[in-house]
Design a protein around this ligand. Sequence first.
Ligand code: GYE
Length: 314
Amino acid sequence: MNKKLMGLAFASLLGASQVASALTVGFSQVGSESGWRTTFSESVKAEAEKRGIDLKFSDAQQKQENQIKAVRSFIAQGVDAIVIAPVVETGWRPVLMEARRARIPVVIVDRNVAVEDSRLYITRIAPDFTDEGRKAANWLMDATDGDCDIVELQGTVGSSAAIGRMEGFNEVIGEHPEAEIIRSQTAEFTRAKGKEVMESILKAEGGGKQVCALWSHNDEMALGAIQAIKEAGLKPGEDILVVSVDAVDDMFPALAAGEVNATIEMSPHMGGPAFDVIESYLDGKRDFEKWKVMDGRIFTQENYQAEYEVRKAN
Ligand code: GYE
């Protein structure tokens, strides 16, 4: 008798009530490249613990092949459901087809998968990355009257987060003839690369005195870049404005110090909604919206205080 049947036989001895909570869910996570990602992983694990879900967690270390291997392993284990935070958009159809053939429901969280057949997953729980880019650009255009030479730190190339944020930001900037992105380079969503790339951009821009603002696809890269701006003898938040996304805890002391101007919140708490979908699906619900949009606030030097108190209390 295989392990799953033995588990169910044992669970049935415990009585029906325990069977319902003996869900096994495989979670394929991108990696641990940013503070936001770490909080996201911890939040999913805590939520699974709270619900008595047996969570099989896999950290892909930013490699899609590791994610695909993990999903295949979840299928082989016969998990009840699979959750995927896809590192990049493309390359997912084959393994999602395998999950479908195995009749294992899949929920996409955070970034997106580019597949024609939307039946390959139940739903996606994520923010609107394009709207996050628009929010960042609208704040910056208001702050600079639409006249700003901008350097951009892109997230992971091919990720829907980087693609969407760039698209939304450029859409707004395009409406302002005096606003221009003068340098744009990936720093892979990490703090170390953010510092390294910003150092090279400042050198290439004659020390950075002409740079009006930094637009960073996430806070981690922005926090690294702020170190580089300081080491170049400039004041982040004043000489070079800083606008970013995620609103991680470390951004609040930087807002208080005047080193950051704005960050757009991206909630890391997607575990609960994902498990809600899975439990409803396994109870027979089928009419899910294809995208549950997670909205986010913008925190600036004018309004960060209350949220900062909340973060400090937790
Ligand atoms: O902004 C960044 C993480 O996929 C939207 O990935 C997420 C991004 C997030 O590395 O901190």
